[in-house]
Each structure stands twice: as structure tokens, then as C-alpha cells.
Design a protein around this ligand. Structure first.
Ligand code: NAD
Length: 438
């Protein structure tokens, strides 16, 4: 079986590599020539645990190819996956220009039957738009070529993307005919052998499922953030409250961690796009709109705590920041709360020294020389007036408090993810601030 994947970002590259791992011949195409030339050498352009080894193995075995030519990648393929970006437009809607331009390329290129699968997160109705564009291109060149559409939203999590793809909690497939469903079921068979569920549904339900999932997750985060903010005002401890509610099986304890607001390449844009989709239908998403509003507020909570501590004067305060990526185990800084916070600190005259195990190269592209990028966590807090832990990488979990005491100018810790024990930190002579901790 041969397939093509368009877009070699977090989703496309992981999808292509994992399908190749099952013996499928995969040809990945991207417009970014630098990326493709690096991938051909087996060098992943992004940080994702486990990806490098698998990438090299499948290239060596002759199952995984990279090209900038869509025609080359489509030739002989039974299915083509569209996995290009869908960033937000100014008005919050998803920018479909990449997806639609790939659709037109497909229409100009195919010479035999192909299944066109949309893996990018796209608003309801996009598969139909793509179908129309391909048809128009085929008519223009008088080509009588059959094709089908399928929606196959991706649920992998950055930081554990390979693992998530290989052992999915569920696979969602939207199709409108048996031929398309048969191809998808053959392709995904190796991934469901261990009872991982696969759900077949109609195309628009599949498209909506992805947005509903991300909106639900964002809702849980905003909910617990709101409870944490109330804990701060009441003197309660959100960690206790979290345990108290999470043991109810109807609520569950996953994804109920307060923090500096959700970020990343998906939640913010997908929440916005869902609100926009509803608005276009004349419906107001009341809960989801509130979730977004709450998150905008939350992004300032840590900053306000820091500013208050320093009596509203951050000028020349040296702040050591631990963590730049939007979450651990990724180098992705898109909509990262840490970058947002750093920009605010800089705008108030603070001096920022930052460290992240994987995301410093990406952060440097945005922050340039406005920030000092340290060689390690302790380097970042040398002479600092405060340590702000924003992204909970494992190496930040058990800091050497004695070393921190020796190196820092003032002993203050802002724990943006509630990973430290306030009592222990205070015992070591530090002032401690968490999110909703007593
Ligand atoms: P990304 O920005 O990392 O990668 C997109 C890639 O597409 C880039 O390499 C870009 O050069 C390429 N591209 C753009 N236009 C192209 C074209 N015309 N032809 C060929 N290549 C083209 O994006 P991503 O994070 O992989 O996300 C892709 C989609 O998957 C988005 O819709 C996103 O919402 C969705 N998604 C992302 C995640 C995630 O965790 N990142 C998870 C689930 C779903």
C-alpha cells in the first residue's frame, strides 16, 4: 500500500513515519525546501520523543520518502492525507488557504482514483469545499478521474505524539461510501489490533468531533483555573479541591491542573474557530466563549502576582524563567504562556534570563537578544530576584534549594504549575507563590 502525506509538521511527519512503521510506503511532501532536505537526511526538524529513531529506520528500510513535488508523491498512492497548518485568521476563523491550495494541486495532478483524507483540523464543511475544488480542477483539464473524501481528525498530543499515534485512545473516521471506509480500515488495522477503538461516522460529524474535543479540554482547564483563582481569594488550596472533585468518576482527575492559561498550536485557535463556526450559523457558543475569556484573564494571573510582589516595579528586576515551550517534551512555542509572560515582563523593564531543555532555538526566533538564554536551569537564576517556573519539564521538578539560595539575589519562587510543595519551599527560606495554593 502506498500513501502520500502533504505537510511535514508535527502531525504530518508523525503520521507519515508511523504509517511507514507498519510497512506502508509513504511519500511526504512539503513546500518548505529546507525541511525536506533535512528530513531526507533523517533529521527531524522538530523535537518529538522517539521520532528521530523511527524516522531514520523507515528511511533506511525504503518505506519513507520526502519530496517538494506533489506529483511525485501522489503517483501510485491510494490515499493522500492533507496535514497542513490551519492557523487563525484575524476574525478567529480557521485560515484554510493552505488546505485549499493543496486541494487545487490535487485536482491538477491526479490521474487515477485516490482517497483524499483531511487530517488538518478544519471547520465543518471543509471536506465539501475541498471536494468542489478538486472537481473544478478535474473539469478544467477534462480529466475523468474518480476520488473520494474522508475526514480523519488527529488527536495526538505534542510531547507524546509518536506514542499517541501508535496506541490511539480512539481513531475517528468520517466517510460517505464503502470504498473510502475500506481503504481507511486497511490502513488503520495495525493500530487497532490491541482493541484501540475506531469510530466510523459521517464526514461533518468527524470534522466537528475534533473541535468538540479540544473545546472540552480547554473548558476543563479554564474551569479549574477559575476555581484556583477563587482559592487564592478564599485561602483554600486548589490541590486539595482538585483531589476532592477528581475522585468523582463523573468528573475524573485528568486534565484538571491549574496554570498560566492554556496555549499551544491547537486549543486557542480551535476554540476561536468553533465560536466562529457557530456565529456564522447565527448561534452564540456561551460556554466556549466564556472559556476563551477566562483563558485571556488567566494568562495575566502569574504576571500580576510577580508585579504585586515587587510593588508594581519590575524595572531592572532580574527574573529567571524555567520553561519556554507551551508544555513539556516539545519545542513548540506557539501561543506559549511563557513567551506571553516574558514579553509582559520585558515591557515593564524586567531583565529576563530563560532556560528550556528543547525550545530555546524556537524562542530565540521570537525574542531575539531581548532575553538571555541560559545553558542550564541554575545558570538562568544566577543573581535573580525571582524564579518563575512556567513549563513543568521533569528536570525542574526537584530543584536543589540550597543551590538556588546561594545563586539567587532574592529568594522568591513563582510556581506556575503548582509542582512544588509550598511548605518545603518556605522551609528553605523562600517566598512561594502558586496558582490557588495557600
Ligand atoms: P505545522 O505548522 O507544524 O506543519 C504544517 C506543515 O505544512 C509545514 O511544514 C508547512 O510547510 C506545510 N505546508 C503548508 N502549506 C503547504 C502546501 N501547500 N503544500 C505542502 N506543505 C505545506 O502544523 P501541525 O502542528 O502539524 O498542524 C497541522 C494540522 O493538524 C493543523 O490543522 C492542526 O490544527 C492539526 N493538529 C495539530 C496537532 C498538534 O499537536 N500540533 C494535533 C492535532 C491536530
Amino acid at each position: 500500500m502506498k500513501i502520500a502525506i502533504v505537510g511535514t509538521g508535527y502531525v504530518g511527519l508523525v503520521t507519515g513515519t508511523c504509517f511507514a512503521e507498519t510497512g506502508v510506503i509513504v511519500s511526504c511532501v512539503d513546500i518548505d525546501k529546507k525541511k525536506i532536505s533535512s528530513l531526507r537526511k533523517g533529521i527531524a526538524i522538530l523535537y518529538e520523543p522517539g521520532l528521530d529513531v523511527m524516522l531514520k529506520r523507515n528511511i533506511e528500510k525504503g518505506r519513507l520518502f520526502f519530496t517538494t513535488d506533489i506529483q511525485e508523491s501522489i503517483s501510485g498512492a491510494e490515499a493522500i492525507f492533507i496535514a497542513v497548518g490551519t492557523p487563525p485568521n484575524e476574525d478567529g476563523s480557521a485560515d484554510l488557504s493552505h488546505v485549499l491550495s493543496v486541494a487545487s494541486e490535487i485536482g491538477k495532478t491526479i490521474n487515477s482514483y485516490i482517497l483524499v483524507v483531511i487530517k488538518s483540523t478544519v471547520p465543518v464543511g471543509t471536506s465539501e469545499k475541498v471536494r468542489k475544488i478538486i472537481k473544478t480542477e478535474l473539469i478544467k483539464r477534462g480529466a475523468d478521474v474518480q476520488f473520494d473524501m474522508a475526514s480523519n481528525p488527529e488527536f495526538l498530543k505534542e510531547g507524546s505524539a509518536v506514542e499517541d499515534f501508535l496506541k490511539p485512545e480512539r481513531i475517528v473516521i468520517g466517510t460517505d461510501n464503502e470504498r473510502a471506509a475500506e481503504i481507511m480500515s486497511r490502513l488503520y488495522k495495525p493500530f487497532i489490533l490491541n482493541n484501540h477503538p475506531i469510530y466510523y461516522m459521517d464526514i461533518i460529524s468527524a470534522e466537528l468531533t475534533k473541535y468538540a474535543a479540544n473545546a472540552m479540554l480547554a473548558t476543563r482547564i479554564s474551569f479549574i483555573n477559575e476555581i484556583a483563582n477563587l482559592c487564592d481569594l478564599l485561602g483554600a488550596d486548589v490541590n486539595q479541591v482538585r483531589k476532592g472533585i477528581g475522585s468523582d468518576s463523573r468528573i475524573g482527575n485528568k486534565f484538571l491542573y491549574p496554570g498560566p492559561g492554556y496555549g499551544g498550536s491547537c486549543f486557542p485557535k480551535d476554540v476561536k474557530a468553533l465560536i466562529r463556526t457557530a456565529t456564522e450559523k447565527g448561534y452564540e457558543m456561551k460556554v466556549i466563549s466564556a472559556v476563551e475569556k477566562a483563558n485571556e484573564y488567566q494568562k495575566n494571573v502569574l504576571f500580576n502576582k510577580i508585579k504585586n510582589h515587587f510593588n508594581n516595579d519590575l524595572n531592572n528586576k532580574k527574573i529567571g524563567v524555567w520553561g519556554l515551550s507551551f508544555k513539556p517534551h516539545t519545542d513548540d512555542i506557539r501561543e506559549s504562556s511563557s513567551i506571553y509572560l516574558i514579553k509582559k515582563l520585558l515591557s515593564e523593564g524586567a531583565i529576563v534570563s530563560a532556560y528550556d531543555p528543547a525550545a530555546m532555538k524556537e524562542a530565540e526566533k521570537i525574542l531575539g537578544n531581548k532575553v538571555t538564554f541560559a545553558s542550564g536551569p541554575y545558570e538562568a537564576i544566577k543573581g535573580a530576584d525571582a524564579l518563575v517556573m512556567v513549563t513543568e519539564w521533569p528536570e525542574f521538578r526537584l530543584p536543589d534549594l540550597e543551590k538556588l539560595s546561594e545563586l539567587m539575589r532574592q529568594k522568591v519562587v513563582f510556581d506556575g504549575r503548582n509542582i512544588y510543595d509550598p511548605a518545603e519551599i518556605k522551609k528553605a527560606g523562600f517566598t512561594y507563590y502558586g496558582i490557588g495554593r495557600r
